[in-house]
Write a protein that binds this ligand. Structure first.
Ligand SMILES: C[S@@+](CC[C@H](N)C(=O)[O-])C[C@H]1O[C@@H](n2cnc3c(N)ncnc32)[C@H](O)[C@@H]1O
Length: 201
């Protein structure tokens, strides 16, 4: 399952790579409509469904692998909602199934935003919540379409804590720059992130 698949950017790529029986799930009806139209027009066998990652409509032990690409899980507002995604993904994965996702690291030493987050953290620790957000790391940004978008910047330690609330084994978390250098074009819209691979026990 490609969870939070949007218009199918990663879903179609997975299909092209030869993966079968893929389902793309997203909460945005218009994106799912677009993805279904595209797959129909291009004869691609991918099933796209509207669905909420915090309460999935699939039976326990259904999927071999779930991915949530482009930091999508962290775009869901509310700490409990993000914890519910981990809970739901755990439930729908088969035993030994993998959940692969990306999430920014607020403490990334190579990030150009490190000083920004250090400043916010110092203030937070002395009781100042400048933007009146729910969690340290919450941010409202302006997306490529010029619209307000929510994103939560976690730390590796915090995310490890959340992941371990379900019986997942953490296989790996690795900064994107330790895997490959992004192209100049990609760098224009996407910053460094961390790839996580975790496995249901
Ligand atoms: C950053 S976008 C990533 C889209 C796609 N994975 C990609 O890489 O192009 C995050 C996606 O998560 C979806 N999303 C947000 N909340 C969701 C939820 N509760 N359940 C399912 N999808 C959700 C959004 O509609 C959006 O398409």
């Amino acid at each position: 399952m490609d969870l939070g698949c949007g218009a199918g950017r990663t879903t179609f790529a997975l299909s092209k790579l030869g993966y079968n029986n893929i389902v793309g799930v997203d909460i945005a009806e218009n994106l799912i409509d677009y993805a279904n139209k595209y797959s129909k027009e291009n004869g691609i066998k991918v099933d796209f469904k509207v669905g909420d990652a915090t309460q999935l409509k699939y039976k326990d032990n259904t999927f071999d692998v779930v991915i949530f690409s482009y930091n999508g899980m962290q775009c869901i507002p509310g700490e409990q909602n993000r914890k519910n995604v981990l809970k739901e993904v755990y439930r729908v994965l088969k035993p030994n199934g993998y959940y692969i996702f990306t999430a920014h690291d607020r403490h990334d030493p190579k990030s150009s935003h490190l000083d920004f987050w250090n400043d916010i953290e110092t203030k937070w620790e002395s009781g100042i919540n400048e933007k009146n957000v729910e969690c340290l790391g919450d941010l409202i940004t302006i997306d490529q379409a010029g619209e307000e978008a929510f994103i939560h910047f976690s730390t590796i330690e915090k995310l490890e804590q959340f992941v371990k609330e379900q019986p997942f084994d953490i296989i790996e978390h690795i900064h994107s720059y330790d895997i490959a250098e992004e192209t100049v074009e990609t760098k224009k819209f996407a910053g460094d992130t961390v790839f996580w691979a975790i496995r249901k026990k």
